[in-house]
Design a protein around this ligand. Structure first.
Ligand SMILES: Nc1ncnc2c1ncn2[C@@H]1O[C@H](COP(=O)(O)OP(=O)(O)OP(=O)(O)O)[C@@H](O)[C@H]1O
Length: 242
């Protein structure tokens, strides 16, 4: 279980995220929803220590990991799959995967590769090809697999559907469902409403850097909280009731 308490991130005079409190449970996909510029990516980056926090407490499975740098967070079980995949296009698929298990011994790296190849057969078949040769959907799958190479308890995922065809989005969705079924928590930033409806049990709605609603995805859609957030209408401070 991930618990984030009172996360605030400012870029100079701009407070991008203010007092965000949320949690994500194992075996589920939890959404973070909101309009462009609402603060979704910054929330993930703030959780993962990639941007300086003005405040915030991060607890993973009861362990306070607030002071950890990115490498220590990965070791503690928190992986980030960033926006735009960020693969190394000139490196082979296998070498890209190995980046996710950086610092592990040879035996562990081999074991984890085997786990990825068992799960994604085509990745094994194409493991010696440069990652840049893959389609967008395949690159996204490799980016997710690279995050899994750290054997995480929670994966933070930023817009995995971005730029993908509907078929590729479905494939990525299937992979994420499998990951959650296997017991890993997934915290998903996503603008693709169909994917959110398919995958997320609960979601947090963020607007202007603050959480404005929380509930099951069905409740949030029924209450209009999601459409309000996407249209930029959700300016009321939080009453998440959680
Ligand atoms: N490095 C940065 N320096 C300055 N301002 C930033 C920086 N990163 C983000 N911001 C600002 O913080 C706010 C939140 O941005 P963020 O990228 O978190 O939003 P988002 O909800 O992920 O939007 P999108 O869906 O467009 O990626 C925006 O006003 C953005 O301009």
């Amino acid at each position: 279980m991930l618990t984030v308490e009172d996360l605030t991130v400012a870029f100079g005079p701009t407070t991008a995220v203010r007092g965000v409190t949320l949690h994500a449970a194992p075996g589920t996909v939890t959404g973070i929803l909101g309009a462009n510029g609402a603060g979704k990516s910054t929330t993930l980056l703030g959780i993962h220590g990639r941007v300086p926090r003005s405040s915030g407490r991060i607890v993973l499975d009861g362990q306070d990991v607030t002071g950890h740098d990115t490498r220590a967070l990965v070791r503690a079980g928190l992986a980030l799959c960033p926006e735009n995949r960020r693969l190394f296009p000139g490196l082979t698929i296998e070498d890209n995967l190995l980046v996710g298990a950086h610092g592990q011994g040879r035996k562990v790296r081999r074991q984890r590769l085997r786990g990825i190849y068992d799960r994604f057969g085509w990745v094994h078949a194409r493991r010696a090809e440069p990652a840049g040769r893959l389609s967008g959907g395949q690159q996204q799958t490799v980016a997710i697999a690279r995050a899994l190479m750290s054997d995480p308890r929670l994966v933070l995922l930023d817009e995995p559907s971005s730029g993908l065809s509907p078929v590729a989005v479905d494939e990525v969705g299937e992979a994420l469902r499998d990951i959650a079924r296997a017991g890993t928590a997934v915290l998903l930033v996503e603008q693709n409403v169909r994917l959110v409806r398919q995958l997320c049990s609960t979601a947090w709605v963020i607007a202007h850097g603050e959480i404005t609603a929380h509930g099951t995805v069905a409740e949030l859609f029924a209450a209009g909280a999601v459409s309000d957030a996407y249209l930029g209408k959700a300016t009321v401070p939080p009453d998440s009731g959680s």
